[in-house]
Design a protein around this ligand. Structure first.
Ligand SMILES: [Ca+2]
Ligand SMILES: [Ca+2]
Ligand SMILES: [Ca+2]
Length: 466
């Protein structure tokens, strides 16, 4: 059965007609919908267990098999987290302990209520192989708000943790208050204590004058890159340096206005590498240097939400100088989806790039997709030989009259649902055999997805009726 399914999957993929492709110079990227139907995926990262870990803003952590798209829900905090679909609070950034084999801890930052006040908390959870358990508070009771809560997390090369915090919409008052934890980059030891070599050895504050930074990654030579939301103009791309002031709210973007120069001189303001106006809403970033997409080597992939007017959504490719200290040029991809691009992660074996989409309008609407862009001509540097336990194949796509599906044995006896992108449930179907056919000839043209859950997890597949 599994062999048959693998062959069918290979045939489906091998036919290549079904999947859209994108040209990047001389490289062709094939587009796949890895997961569909998640609700505002905020953080996606490649974990040390070779799975993709996802936070959903509504308060869940998902663990996705990158081969099949099969995912399991490993943490559900939806009853704690003030998510109602509006504003910006929720479950946000995530990072994995750098010594995963001996210390399988996951860092998660999320908002919660104290009375009617939004707060923010950084916690660790232990991975027990199926769930995230044994929460411990690392940083608690950070002021939050309906907007501007940060917060990306990044493990630095010296095994400390960097956390961006937003100004909680206070106009930047907290950003220039060195004792406040908002509007900052905080650097902490992995147990939450203050590193002895922080700019002030009694303070978590590593840099200040930030508005709402939601992108963090390590570049070449250990440089720390960060994207940061501007107000209306001057979204920024920064190199984060210890003890520096990044200007907000006194300076926006470069020190290029008469009323900014005194402040810049007095406080030694660190200017961004580049700015974008009007704000396209820059977000998650990753440094890409994989040979699978040579055209993107030595670049930063930057998710761009598109701004409040949903005009500029894209994945930006920021080509860096050899030493990483400057942006030499920018390419833009995937605006055609008209989807807010929230975050990005990279498969270290295949060089595939995954992007998390957040719907077409602020602050995000479903069903959301995590897409994969893969150079099929690149031979993986370490092909995973383990056959997945749970697979679903769906073809042809686009479909005409009959949707054909193949399910692994794990699905038999369960149901699958077909849901339209307008949210309408088209039907519930029982999986009695490995092969299932559904006549869709009477269904409206459009995009749909199939979702089915077993004890091994959930698989989703998107298809189109033309
Ligand atoms: Ca990420
Ligand atoms: Ca700045
Ligand atoms: Ca300026």
């Amino acid at each position: 059965m599994r062999t048959l399914l693998t062959i069918l999957l290979a045939a489906t993929i091998g036919s290549a007609v079904a999947q859209p492709t994108w040209e990047v110079g001389a490289t062709t990227l094939t587009e796949y919908d890895l997961v569909t139907g998640v609700q505002v995926p905020w953080e996606i990262l490649w974990g040390p267990d070779d799975h993709i870990w996802v936070t959903e803003r509504r308060g869940k952590v998902l663990r996705v098999d990158p081969e099949t798209g099969n995912f399991t829900e490993v943490l559900n905090m939806t009853s704690t987290i003030p998510y109602n679909g509006g504003g910006e609070p929720g479950m946000l950034g995530m990072a994995m302990h750098p010594e995963w084999d001996t210390t399988p801890l996951v860092f998660v930052v999320y908002n919660y209520f104290q009375g009617n006040q939004v707060r923010e908390r950084l916690s660790t959870f232990e991975w027990n192989g199926t769930d995230l358990v044994n929460e411990e508070y690392i940083l608690n009771n950070i002021p939050g708000a309906g907007i501007h809560n940060g917060s990306r997390l990044l493990i630095l090369p010296d095994n400390t943790l960097l956390m961006s915090t937003g100004d909680k919409g206070d106009g930047g008052t907290s950003s220039q208050n060195e004792t406040a934890l908002n509007g900052k980059m905080l650097r902490l030891n992995l147990d939450g204590t203050v590193p002895a070599d922080n700019p002030d050895p009694t303070s978590l504050v590593y840099s200040w004058g930030h508005r709402n930074a939601q992108g963090l990654c390590v570049g070449p030579n250990g440089l720390i890159y960060s994207s940061e939301h501007g107000q209306n103009s001057h979204d920024e791309f920064n190199i984060i340096e210890a003890g520096r002031n990044y200007g907000w709210p006194d300076v926006e973007g470069f020190c290029d206005q008469a009323n900014e120069s005194d402040f810049c001189a007095e406080f030694n303001v660190r200017e961004p590498l580049d700015t974008w106006s009007p704000c396209p809403a820059v977000n998650g970033i990753e440094y890409y240097n994989h040979p699978a997409i040579p055209e993107w080597q030595n670049s930063v992939l930057m998710a761009v939400l598109g701004g409040l007017g949903a005009q500029y959504e894209r994945l930006s490719i920021l080509h860096m100088s050899d030493d990483g200290s400057a942006i030499e040029s920018e390419d833009q991809y995937f605006s055609e989806f008209n989807q807010r691009v929230r975050d990005v992660c990279i498969n270290p074996y295949t060089g595939s790039v995954y992007v998390a989409l957040n719907g077409s309008s602020y602050p995000g609407s479903g069903p959301n997709i995590i897409k994969e862009f893969k150079n099929e001509d690149f031979v993986s540097v370490n092909e995973n030989e383990n056959l997945p336990l749970q697979e679903m194949a769906i073809y042809p796509n686009p479909v005409g009259e009959t949707l054909q599906m193949e399910f692994s044995d794990s699905f038999i006896g369960t149901n699958f649902y077909v849901i339209g992108f307008d949210g309408k449930q088209m039907g519930r179907f029982i999986i009695e055999d490995n092969k299932v056919r559904v006549n869709v000839s009477s269904w409206a043209k459009g995009t749909y997805y199939v979702t089915s859950t077993t004890e091994l997890g959930t698989i989703t597949k998107t298809f189109v009726i033309r």
